[in-house]
Design a protein. Structure first.
Length: 114
């Protein structure tokens, strides 16, 4: 199984920026499409962004133009650069591959509030 460790969350003001990081333990990481998901309180976990092994990206409409997903296969890392954040971006953020997923990590809390 793969272990995923997310970090970089915190409290940020609306309009601010945050960079999330995800470390994966498995060497096959480089062959799969990776993703960031988020889960707000009382809501389902939603797909936010994906990045293929070739570097192609895709985003949910709600974050398009504001968030950027990237990966560093040599370091087995995935990143999510969050710019112009909004209160509705408040959630626990998780990285994983696209479905079917590996075991979930603990996630990292992002709170957007003034």
């Amino acid at each position: 199984q793969v272990q995923l460790v997310e970090s970089g969350g915190g409290l940020v003001q609306p309009g601010g920026s945050l960079r999330l990081s995800c470390a994966a333990s498995r060497s096959l990481f480089s062959s799969v499409t990776m993703a960031w998901y988020r889960q707000a309180p009382g809501k389902q976990r939603d797909l936010v962004a994906t990045v293929t092994s070739g570097g192609s990206t895709n985003y949910a409409d709600s974050v398009k133009g504001r968030f950027t997903i990237s990966r560093d296969d040599a370091k087995k890392m995935v990143y999510l650069q969050m710019n112009s954040v909004k209160p509705e971006d408040t959630a626990v953020y998780y990285c994983n591959k696209v479905y079917p997923v590996w075991s979930w990590g603990q996630g990292t809390q992002v709170t957007v509030s003034s």
